[in-house]
Design a protein around this ligand. Sequence first.
Ligand code: MN
Length: 230
Amino acid sequence: MSTTFVVDPPPAPSLPVVGDTRRFPVNRIYCVGRNYADHAREMGHDPDREPPFFFMKPANSIVTDGKDMQYPNLSKDVHHEIEMVVAIGKGGANIPSGKALEHVYGYGVGLDMTRRDLQGEAKKMGRPWDTGKAFDQSAPCAAITPASQCGHLDQGRIALLVNGQVRQEGNLNQLIWNIPDTIAYLSTLFTLEPGDLIMSGTPAGVGPVQKGDILEGTVEGLTPLKVKII
Ligand code: MN
């Protein structure tokens, strides 16, 4: 017997998949903090290889299929952070680094949009980052490319253009914690599940967006992301 609910359940978040009419179901969104040295420095931190740290966004913060992103309330300083997104296809806990890529379904391009002013206040007060990071529509994402098509990505240009101008630029080979090590460590903290996404960190050049801006994110070998701020 199928489950019935006392109120209509919200739509299940999902992402398009390159070359497939079926969709990738989004479960949880984990984000890695300060995973490129140049970005750690621009935020005033020493990029020594300390254990990575994580925060989360809700699955329903995904913006996809060419939809616009609404500039959020209660912030005057909303920043872009371009990131490569890792889509987990097979769950597990305590995954060894050498086996981590077997858990990856594919890769995509995403934005870890940030209310920098609210994040800054939270940091100062020692409070959680949710209001700065986990707000509505804070996770624009392009279609996922299956690893069976693009291979596993450990190098390649990652960049963000705002209104045609390059704002962020880096290379996946500059990640402090590479994808296998990130998955291995994350899976000691949380049992990973199919549908989990990992935003792998942003290169230097983060900065504010305005209403009307067109953001174009690229990772070499993946379907680009294009989103308008309205
Ligand atoms: Mn980020």
